[in-house]
Ligand binder design. Structure first.
Ligand code: CMC
Length: 391
């Protein structure tokens, strides 16, 4: 095998050069284009952060207005795309629908041109339409009428309205929930070379179109070890709640190597301390529940679970701390988002990061098609045996 190094999960391989996101896993630092995540969560909006990630700079007022105009203009979906939804099995997971729809955009919006200006419109078209697609998937899964985007609402308010407005009970757009959604999406907007972003870079390196590349990222995100963890955390907390499992049993189960159960929302490949996003998410959960004056029994379970895990020697020795997904489900539940939409919410948030990483990859003249090597462990050469002679 000579010079080839075995590196499962690419833990020690720098697969690209990137100027987008900085992470320090020991100190718990996360910055987008140099700006600390805490400052963005406090002052920015999702749309502004998306602009920052993709272009490298915070927008001027004029640039931000122009971006919002495009996001509004692009928000309706091609009528024929709607037929897709109706033909999916009723319980189809929205992540499966979303990746198929995004892939289909290549056929419905073929005007991909290499011009920079056109590409910028393509990014905004994606960011705008993914929100419409996600909300529409949800409404159709309930057998309810589709709510069209409203030009008077901002990106996040529009999404909540498309999800929850109804003729019977018109949706009241709540500023606190809109702020919470902005923060939720800002926290998810990029995370350097994670599994789905790596999928985007690998697939994109073959020079496939951007829609199919992003669709691959959505598929990668679906897994419970990655973006699917937010749904898995809430399923786990609900299980503890319903079955009356004790925190002690749960911790013991997570430590038992003969049991495949893991404490979902704990541990991270890079963070060996508290995930800075989890800190903000936890605070956001507290704020939002107190503002809407609702108690969530799952928050209490999560807090007790965290406390017990952080005191436990197994978790301490392995540096396992809560990650972004541990409290994100609590925030989403407070907004009224159903559990099977959680990973879709992550996907909408991660989209600007995928776009920025794809753009960086394809514009770096030194990048090549991804083509790793392997350590071959199969047979040496052997002869073909005709079927009648096989034992
Ligand atoms: N519960 C119990 N044990 C764990 C956990 C956990 N959540 N996470 C890691 N470990 C143990 C693991 O069994 C291993 O033990 P040993 O060294 O004795 O074999 C050790 O800690 C290292 O784990 P690993 O799986 O080798 O670490 P990794 O870097 O390959 O995996 C991870 C990182 C996030 C996939 C993993 O910690 C995990 O499965 N966590 C639960 C799922 C989760 O919360 N995922 C969301 C990640 S953050 C958002 C995102 O990126 O999407």
């Amino acid at each position: 095998t000579g010079y080839i190094t075995f590196d499962p999960g690419f833990g020690n391989t720098g697969t690209c050069r990137s100027a987008i996101t900085y992470m320090d896993g020991e100190k718990g630092i996360l910055r987008y284009r140099g700006i600390p995540i805490e400052q963005l969560a406090e002052h920015s909006t999702f749309v502004e952060t998306a602009f920052l990630l993709i272009t490298g700079q915070l927008p001027t007022r004029e640039e931000l207005t122009r971006t919002s105009v495009y996001l509004n203009d692009f928000s309706p979906l091609h009528e024929n795309m709607k037929a897709f939804y109706q033909n999916y099995p009723p319980k189809a997971h929205p992540m499966g629908i979303l990746s198929a729809m995004v892939n289909a955009m290549r056929s419905f919006y073929p005007e991909l041109i290499d011009l920079e200006e056109e590409m910028n419109k393509t990014y905004l078209r994606l960011i705008s339409k993914i929100r419409t697609m996600a909300a529409m998937a949800y409404r159709i899964s309930l057998g309810e009428r589709v709510v069209y985007p409203r030009p008077d609402l901002c990106y996040c308010a529009n999404f909540l309205n498309m999800m929850f407005d109804s003729v019977v009970v018109p949706y009241h757009v709540d500023d606190d929930l809109v702020r919470a959604l902005n923060v939720f999406w800002i926290l998810h907007a990029d995370h350097e070379q994670n599994c789905s972003t790596t999928a985007v870079r690998v697939v994109g390196s073959g020079k496939v179109n951007i829609y199919s590349t992003i669709s691959a990222g959505i598929s990668a995100l679906w897994g419970p070890l990655h973006g699917g963890a937010n749904q898995a955390v809430v399923n786990m907390l609900e299980d503890i709640h319903k079955k009356g499992l004790t925190i002690k049993d749960c911790i013991a189960k997570a430590k038992d190597k003969t049991d495949p159960f893991r404490l979902m929302g704990f541990g991270h490949r890079v963070y060996k301390t508290y995930d800075p996003r989890a800190k903000i998410m936890k605070k956001m959960g507290d704020i939002i529940l107190s503002k809407i004056k609702r108690k969530d029994p799952l928050l209490d379970i999560a807090q007790r679970l965290e406390e017990a895990a952080l005191k436990d020697s197994y978790f301490k020795e392995k540096n396992l701390y809560p990650n972004v997904d541990f409290y994100s489900g609590i925030v989403l539940r407070a907004m009224g988002i159903p559990t099977n939409m959680f990973t879709v919410m992550f996907a909408i948030g991660r989209l600007p990061g995928w776009i920025a990483q794809w753009k960086e990859d394809v514009s770096d003249p030194e990048m090549k098609i991804s083509r790793p090597r392997q350590i071959y462990t199969g047979h040496q050469e052997r002869g073909y045996i005709p079927i009648d002679d096989r034992e």
